[in-house]
Design a protein around this ligand. Sequence first.
Ligand code: TXA
Ligand code: MG
Length: 301
Amino acid sequence: METRVLPFSEASIAEAARLILAGEPVAVPTETVYGLAADATNPAAVARIYEAKGRPSFNPLIVHVTDFAAAERIGQFSEDAREFAKRHWPGPLTLVVPLRPEARIASIVTAGLPTVGLRVPAHPAMQALLRASGRPLAAPSANTSGSISPTRAEHVLKSLGGRIPLIIDGGATQRGLESTIVAVTGGARRLLRPGPIEVDAEPGSGGKIESPGQLASHYAPSKPLRLGATYAEADEYLIGFGAIPGDSNLSESGDLVEAAARLFDLLHAADESPKPRIAIAPVPDEGLGAAINDRLRRAAA
Ligand code: TXA
Ligand code: MG
């Protein structure tokens, strides 16, 4: 794939919005780092973010929106969360709040969690893309797994060149550090990731930093899960893949983008079925399959 680098302009944003609506990920600057953005309501588009990054595991992604009103249509804000958001948005702050069940955010975005990370970015390029596409945009940092945070279009090109269709070049980012992440899902605010905005530790929270990737930030089904299954036992709900049929199928054609896009929906469906156990067909451990298998191994452990 050829990766085009276009300077930020009305024309390049129109092209980026066209790609977003066609389900492609596009790199775009925010005031913190460059993000790799995709339509948060399109699960296959979000799966392509993971495919491009070669990320070996699924983490919940931050959903970017134009303003507080748009954020409130996706997440539920307590009085405290609302006040906090209004003080810092637009800006380098991400708030993790309960997800509205009726919001059309793909389950791969939240990695199956009932919460969502929301941010109103200040950068004019990301704001313009949000407005031109009319979609909430899921965007992790625009780098391959393990490489440094991209603060220039050249950094993005170096790590994702050939893997994505377009990079919007808006010059060097202002902050150069990923957003501060604060969870406001229960009582006290909890700092999940320190960043450009300093947050007062609320009494009771002790200012403890929970590193991303820890238990509260990962969904797992409540039932026992058997991996590598080629058939279902009588008490199992089987999630099939490719030629192995099941009660549902990740992808009948064996397409890993489709499988990643459906993974969390099918795990939830299996969890809600009357069967007390879940079995899942083998998924090849290549490309996106590695991220799928990482998630399944953790869920089965
Ligand atoms: O500055 C930034 O935040 C950049 C720009 C592009 O906006 N984005 C970014 O995304 O750093 P990413 O994917 O590298 O980091 C997102 C972090 C993850 O580590 C994840 O743990 C946390 O946000 N997160 C997102 N949603 C969450 C949720 N529902 N619960 C807990 N943690 C969440
Ligand atoms: Mg990152």
